[in-house]
Design a binder for this molecule. Structure first.
Ligand code: GLA
Length: 383
C-alpha cells in the first residue's frame, strides 16, 4: 500500500484503539494492524468461476484493520472513514450480528470464517480504514474480508495459509452479499508479489508471478459510473456458463474447446478469454507491445460483444486511451460500470490519462478518475 497514506492510517488506527472505552483505568492496549490489498485484473475476466486462468495483480491500495483485546467476548468494529456512531457494529464471537451498517454482514461472515479456520476469537475492538474506492471493481469487498479474517486469526494467535485464507474470504463474501463470486480477487489479495502480476490457475490454485516490466505503467481509471444490476447479472452469467459446461458433459468450461462453444456467446467469451491469458503473458515476456495491445483489445471486445458486461461510455473510455497512446486498455473486474485498466509507457502515463479523461468527460459527461497503481505484496501484518 502507498507509504505515506498507509503510515498515517496506521497511526489513526492505533490512536482509535489504544485506549479502551470500556476500561476505566484507561490502560494502553496493544494494537495489531493487518493490511490486505485490492487488485486489478490485467486479463482473464469472468473465467475464475469457470476454473480458468487469470492475471491479476495486488495493488498499493487496500484495507487496513486494527485490533485490540477487550475484557468481554464482544467484537466491535468502527469504520474510521465513515466515522460516525452508526457505523459501529457489534457481533458476538459466533458471528451473530446485532444491527449496524451494511458492512456489518462482512464482519459477521468473517468471524464465522475465522472460526472455521480454527481461530478461537477473543473479544476485540476493530478499527477499519480503506484506500480503495468502494464498488469500483478493484475488489474492495475481497480486501475487506481478507483483512478482517486475517486480523481475527492474528488476534487469536493463528497464521492461516494464504490459499486457505483466500478461500475462507471467498466463502465469507458469498455469505455476506449472496453473489456467487469466484476465487480470483481473494487469491490476488493474499498471494500478491511486489512488482509482479500473478498467473493464477483457478482450478489447481497454482500461482506463477509474472514481472511487470519497469518501462510500463498500470493505469486504472474509474469510469465514474457506479456498477448497476451487478449481482443479479453476475449470478445469471455464472449460471449460464455452468449450464453450457454441464450440457457438454464437463465439470467446467475450462475443458471446452472453441468449436464446442462457437454458438454460445457467454461460453465463447470464457473459452477465448482463457486462451488470451497465456498469449498475453508470452507477449509481455517478449516485450511484444503490439501483441499486448491487441490481446487487451480483443479481451475488451469479447466482454463487450460476447459476454455483454460493458457499457457504451466504458467502450468510449477504452477507445480514447488507445487513441491517446496507451499500449492497450480494457474493462476490468465484473463490469456493468466500474474501472478500465490500461498499460502505458511509464513516461507518458500522465499525459495519456489527462488527454483520455478530458475527452471522455467532453464526450460522455462522465468524470473519470485516473490513478497509476503498483503491483504489491499480499495481505500481511504491518504492526
Ligand atoms: C468479480 C468477482 C471475481 C471475478 C470477476 C470477473 O470481481 O469477484 O471472482 O469473477 O468479477 O472476472
Amino acid at each position: 500500500m502507498e507509504m505515506r497514506r498507509t503510515d498515517l492510517r496506521i497511526a489513526e488506527i492505533i490512536k482509535s484503539l489504544s485506549v479502551a472505552n470500556q476500561v476505566e483505568s484507561r490502560i494502553q492496549r496493544e494494537v495489531q494492524v493487518v493490511s490486505a490489498p485490492g487488485r486489478v485484473n490485467l486479463i482473464g475476466e469472468h473465467v475464475d468461476y469457470n476454473d480458468g486462468i487469470v492475471l491479476p495483480m495486488a495493488i498499493d491500495r487496500g484495507v487496513l484493520v486494527g485490533s485490540a483485546r477487550r475484557e468481554d467476548d464482544q467484537i466491535t468494529a468502527v469504520s474510521l472513514d465513515l466515522n460516525t456512531e452508526s457505523q459501529f457494529v457489534t457481533t458476538n464471537r459466533y458471528g451473530a450480528e446485532s444491527g449496524g451498517p451494511s458492512w456489518g454482514a462482512f464482519l459477521a461472515a468473517s468471524v464465522r470464517a475465522a472460526i472455521r479456520l480454527g481461530a478461537d476469537v477473543p473479544g476485540l475492538d476493530l478499527a477499519l480504514t480503506s484506500t480503495l474506492p468502494m464498488g469500483a471493481g478493484l475488489s474492495s469487498s475481497a480486501a475487506l474480508t481478507v483483512a478482517l479474517i486475517l486480523s481475527l486469526c492474528s488476534a487469536s494467535g493463528i497464521e492461516p495459509d494464504p490459499r486457505e485464507l483466500a478461500l475462507a474470504a471467498q466463502a465469507a463474501e458469498i455469505e455476506a452479499v449472496g453473489v456467487p463470486v469466484g476465487n480470483m480477487d481473494q487469491l490476488a489479495s493474499t498471494l500478491g508479489v511486489e512488482g509482479h502480476a500473478l498467473r493464477i490457475d483457478c482450478r489447481d490454485l497454482s500461482v506463477t508471478p509474472i514481472a511487470i516490466p519497469d518501462s510500463l505503467a498500470v493505469l486504472v481509471l474509474h469510469s465514474g459510473i457506479s456498477r448497476v444490476l451487478e449481482s443479479s447479472a453476475y449470478a445469471e452469467r455464472r449460471a449460464s456458463c455452468e449450464e453450457v459446461s454441464a450440457r457438454l458433459g464437463y465439470k467446467s468450461l475450462r475443458d471446452a474447446s472453441a468449436d464446442e462453444v462457437a454458438d454460445n456467446p457467454y461460453a465463447r467469451h470464457v473459452v477465448s478469454e482463457i486462451a488470451r491469458v497465456d498469449s498475453f503473458i508470452t507477449a509481455l515476456i517478449n516485450n511484444d507491445l503490439a501483441g499486448v495491445g491487441s490481446i487487451l483489445s480483443a479481451g475488451h471486445a469479447s466482454l463487450r460483444d460476447d459476454f455483454d458486461v460493458s457499457l457504451p461510455a466504458i467502450d468510449t473510455l477504452v477507445e480514447l486511451l488507445v487513441k491517446h497512446g496507451a499500449i492497450g486498455a480494457r474493462l476490468t473486474g465484473a463490469g456493468f460500470g466500474g474501472c478500465v485498466v490500461a498499460l502505458t509507457p511509464i513516461a507518458e502515463v500522465r499525459e495519456i490519462a489527462k488527454a483520455a479523461t478530458d475527452e471522455y468527460e467532453h464526450l460522455t459527461d462522465n468524470k473519470a478518475q485516473a490513478f497509476a497503481v503498483h503491483a504489491s505484496a499480499g495481505a500481511h501484518r504491518v504492526q
